[in-house]
Design a protein around this ligand. Structure first.
Ligand SMILES: N[C@@H](CCC[C@H](N)C(=O)O)C(=O)O
Length: 276
């Protein structure tokens, strides 16, 4: 049986999504159907699919699916697009909205200037809190990949990140190395691989090879994880501007259990219907 899905295509710093109202339009998609929709030639094309639903514990719930169909727990750029979608669709008259995700409740706020600030919650850093790493004894360690030894900082923003510092992010082997780090045996749940170039203590350039989606033009949780890693290593100071290929994000973190605050754009590109 086919169904007709109404969707909104959105982007946040170039990380692109389709957002679907699952409240008025309840449905289920298989991983294969999501892969087809995500395909840039045979489908609509997107990095992640976001599904807005009702919640018993927050204003809304949203679910996140990578382009390969895997469901994941957190998405920073998606959280900004989520609030823009909810406000534009008049699903709420609030501009600061609590949203249940698979890794807890976060609160995105649509600012008067059109940017969105998200309280992403505290990063998880200790090995016991970063269960995505097998056998980790510390959150910064050496990983053997492709006959190289790479120093990685492991940070969970609700989803797993392995961040490394590079001299020049433009020539870093983000796809070649990132695709191997993503599936490295140390990461049983796979991982998002970040490549960060430090420009100065308040500015980095970042590229991320995302788990389940490949390299994207920006990764919100990746930006939070990179800034947290840089601050932990004594190389960065809050606030930090993150320049991604698709735009800029601003990240602030006061350390410890304080939340990571992320500010950036969220833009609706077009709406459409697709038979699936
Ligand atoms: N693009 C996202 C992250 C999406 C999920 C990620 N690929 C994962 O598998 O954890 C962001 O902006 O944070």
């Amino acid at each position: 049986m086919t169904m007709n899905l109404h969707f909104t295509k959105m982007q946040g710093a170039g990380n692109d999504f389709i957002v679907i109202n699952g409240i008025d339009q309840p449905f289920q998609l298989t991983a294969e159907q999501i892969q087809t929709l995500a395909h840039r030639q045979f489908g609509i094309g997107f990095d992640q699919l976001l599904l807005v639903e009702t919640s018993k514990v927050a204003d809304f719930k949203y679910r996140i699916f990578n382009a390969d169909g895997s469901e994941v727990a957190q998405c920073g750029n998606g959280a900004r697009c989520f609030v823009r979608f909810v406000v534009d669709q008049k699903l709420s008259n609030k501009h600061e909205i609590s949203v249940e995700t698979a890794s807890g409740i976060i609160t995105p706020k649509l600012e008067n200037n059109g940017l969105v600030t998200v309280n992403m919650g505290a990063p998880r850093l200790s090995p016991s809190e970063v269960p995505f790493i097998a056998d980790a004894a510390a959150n910064s360690y050496v990983l053997e990949v492709a006959d190289q030894q790479i120093t990685i900082s492991a940070v969970s923003m609700g989803n797993p990140h392995a961040v490394q510092i590079v001299d020049d992010v433009e020539i870093a082997p983000v796809v070649a190395l990132g695709s191997q780090i993503e599936v490295h045996p140390r990461f049983p749940e796979r991982v998002n691989a970040g490549f960060m170039q430090i420009i100065d203590e308040h500015h980095i350039k970042l590229r991320v090879f995302e788990r389940g989606s490949g390299e994207t033009l920006a990764c919100g949780t990746g930006a939070c994880a990179a800034v947290v890693a840089g601050i932990q290593l004594g190389r960065l100071q809050s606030p930090v501007k993150v320049s991604a290929r698709g735009g800029e994000l601003h990240i602030a973190w006061q350390g410890g259990n304080s939340p990571v605050m992320m500010t950036g754009p969220a833009v609706a590109v077009f709406t459409g219907n697709i038979e699936i």
